[in-house]
Design a binder for this molecule. Structure first.
Ligand code: AMP
Ligand code: ZN
Length: 675
């Protein structure tokens, strides 16, 4: 095979893997394998820039900053939708449709994705332009930002032309992760997934859009006739054939009762969906009837959007707690009278920072309204001022660290209050807890409680000291017997041979998350090279921006950090990048190898993401829907329809306890106290 043929093959393979991963929600290969092939492609393209084509996976993000967005006129307008708020509204919609036509009609019900409308233009199968909705007639050309969305194919699976419509959105999990990052960086959190998605697409730097990791669900085409599409349901078949990601929770209904029961069902499970929806769109299924019904100035007469009632609850503020994180950021949390909200009992809500406290003017004993941002995070939206007790006083903002009492600072440009004392016990504890956690050094059995005692007793002062502990030290702790002392020391010793990326992440350098640590470890191979890297060298790495680079420089510039690393090295902690696959090599993968697993219900020991990662590491695949091909459905509390479907199809099921036992057989042990 010539080098050029190899490149073409890589391109094709990588695009296919991405299609399976991002569009079909199933992975054909591991992240590490994907990455290896991607690096090979980059290397060839670097030597042969003349071979780079627009549909190469390397072309998802350009280096160029945009200087603005061009206007784009849509082929046909992107309409808004008429709203329905109850069953009666839907009844009159159906009545109107059926009065206006003699055709026999059915209704296709779809989830109303809470993101923003985009129009994607393909010419002969190539993605040529993407636009926002704008005022419906004219939108903005946001092609460069849309290209960063992996779920948008750069090339369709057939060489057709057309303008396809859909919704770009931010998955809930990604929203949570981004806000965690922002909180750590002392930045204002994103309000909700929808704003975050809109913000991403309006960025002039496509790298920002890429970092957010949006996705899309497509649901329309400007000119259905040109593709011989006759029904709304048929439209989805076409989208599927073309490789355009679409939402499978749709259903054809024949009458109001069926529409209403679909809405009830979706309403039940909406909080468990990995993306936010704000309603259900009901569309006349037959395109010919759609054309006959036509449009008002604003909206189609053949569709209506049922909106779920906003979920809010009222409760009382009992206290505000201030806690110190591992980077010294001091965050306020409201403690409230427990209340039911969108499927869970809520009693705590982060207040994020003092700006927010002051903007809302929250006080003790206040009555507040709360909602869930991104359907997940409880957030206070409003203080009911007319119900405020007359003796109420503004909340006191601390001047001193709640833990070490040193005075708090508010660095320029940050909204966060910060304890600047590097020896602050709360910070040291938070950092050490992070260090031992599963994603970091993965020191089994050692969690916050034990680490706290070790610090308290002065057995350790920093994370490097862990490596100098012996069994006798652990035996001085309350209730620790020989067996567990052995286990602790063994686990600590074992973590010495971790690959470099774990150590980099474990250090807790601001802005250096697990993913960035991975990229850094792979680029530099040794801690020495990493520590010596210049700002230019750091920023030349894909995924490492100036903020990360300067944070790394700042970290290594400190004497304490250098001492810590010297001490870790002295203890024999591995400082080099090891081959990815080595880590799990000793584990018995057999059970999970090639298994197709579906997760449902709420797991109490692992987050969905953790469970998924573990299964994938062990060679299994996690898919989102249950079919005859599914090997096993793992279920937690209140499992949903996936569990029922598994029973129907006779697919094996496993509860969480069995799951944990199975993992243990494969050599993965649950660590009770981590994180
Ligand atoms: P609204 O913004 O409330 O007028 O609702 C119209 C918007 O709903 C459209 O512009 C789309 O962005 C969005 N939408 C989300 N999901 C769908 C869907 N399945 N079908 C049509 N529109 C949808
Ligand atoms: Zn402090």
């Amino acid at each position: 095979m010539t080098l050029e043929q190899r490149l073409n093959q890589l391109k094709e393979d990588l695009n296919r893997y991405a299609y399976h991963y991002y569009v079909l929600d199933e992975s054909l290969i591991s992240d590490a394998e994907y990455d290896q092939l991607y690096q090979e492609l980059l290397a060839i393209e670097k030597d042969h820039p003349e071979w780079v084509t627009m549909d190469s996976p390397s072309q998802r993000v350009g280096d160029q900053l945009l200087d603005g967005f061009q206007k784009v006129e849509h082929a046909t307008p992107l309409y808004s939708l008429t709203n329905a708020f109850n069953r009666e509204d839907l009844a009159s919609f159906i009545q109107r449709v059926e009065n206006q036509t003699t055709d026999s009609v059915t209704y296709l019900c779809e989830c109303k994705i809470d993101g923003l409308a985009v129009a994607l233009t393909y010419e002969n199968g190539q993605f040529v332009r993407g636009a926002s909705r704008g005022d419906g007639q004219v939108g903005e050309d946001i092609t460069q930002n849309l290209r960063t969305i992996s779920a948008i194919p750069l090339k369709l699976r057939k060489a057709v032309s057309g303008e396809f419509r859909g919704e770009a959105y931010l998955p809930k999990e990604r929203f949570l992760a981004l806000n965690k990052e922002r909180e750590e960086a002392g930045k204002i959190p994103l309000a909700n997934p929808r704003n975050a998605a809109a913000g991403a697409l309006r960025q002039l730097d496509p790298k920002v859009a890429r970092h957010r990791q949006l996705s899309v669900f497509m649901y329309g085409v400007a000119d259905p006739e040109s593709l011989a599409i006759q029904t709304q349901a048929g439209l989805f078949e076409t989208l599927e054939e073309l490789g355009l990601r679409n939402n499978h929770l749709r259903r054809e209904c024949h009458n109001l009762d069926q529409v209403w029961s679909y809405i009830q069902e979706i309403g039940q499970k909406r909080h468990d969906l990995p993306y936010e929806i704000d309603g259900v769109v009901v569309k006349v299924n037959q395109m010919a009837t759609q054309s006959k019904l036509g449009y008002t100035v604003k909206a189609p007469r053949w569709a209506i959007a049922y909106k779920f009632p906003a979920e809010v609850a009222q409760t009382t503020i009992l206290a505000v707690e201030w806690t110190v994180g591992r980077t010294g950021v001091v965050t306020p949390t409201a403690v409230m009278e427990p209340v039911q909200l969108a499927g869970t009992t809520v009693q705590r809500a982060s207040l994020h920072n003092i700006d927010l406290i002051q903007a809302l003017d929250i006080r003790l004993k206040d009555q507040v309204l709360i909602h869930k941002a991104g359907d997940i995070i409880p957030e206070i939206s409003k203080v009911l001022l007319d119900q405020r007790p007359s003796d109420s006083k503004p909340l006191e903002i601390p001047n001193h660290c709640p833990d070490c009492q040193s005075s708090l600072e508010r660095p320029d440009g940050e909204v966060a209050l910060r304890c600047m004392n590097p020896n602050c016990p709360a910070q040291v504890l938070a950092l050490a807890t992070h260090f031992v956690s599963r994603q970091a050094m993965n020191i089994e059995g050692l969690g916050e409680k034990v680490v706290a005692v070790l610090l308290e007793k002065g057995l350790i002062h920093n994370v490097a000291d862990l490596y100098y502990l012996d069994e006798a030290d652990f035996l001085t702790l309350d209730k620790v017997k020989e067996k567990s002392a052995q286990n602790y020391t063994r686990a600590i010793q074992a973590s010495k041979s971790n690959s470099l990326e774990r150590l980099i992440f474990a250090l807790g350098i601001r802005h250096v998350g697990a993913k960035v640590a991975q990229v850094l470890a792979r680029s530099f191979k040794t801690m020495e090279a990493f520590m010596a890297a210049s700002l230019e060298e750091l920023t030349s790495i894909e995924g490492v921006g100036p903020m990360i680079a300067s944070s790394i420089h700042h970290y290594f510039g400190q004497e304490d950090s250098q001492k810590l690393l010297a001490s870790l090295k002295q203890a024999g902690v591995n400082m080099t990048y090891l081959d990815q696959s080595a880590e799990f090599a000793q584990v018995d993968k057999e059970f999970w190898q090639g298994k197709r697993i579906v997760l449902t219900g709420s797991l109490s020991y692992y987050s969905r993401k953790e469970a998924k990662d573990l299964i994938e590491h062990l060679g299994g695949q996690v898919t989102s829907s249950v079919s005859k091909q599914t090997d096993c459905v793992i279920y937690g509390d209140s499992p949903g329809s996936k569990y029922d479907k598994a029973l129907q199809l006779g697919v094996d099921t496993m509860d969480e306890a069995h799951f944990i036992a199975k993992l243990a057989e494969s050599g993965v042990n649950y660590e009770e106290e981590s994180q």
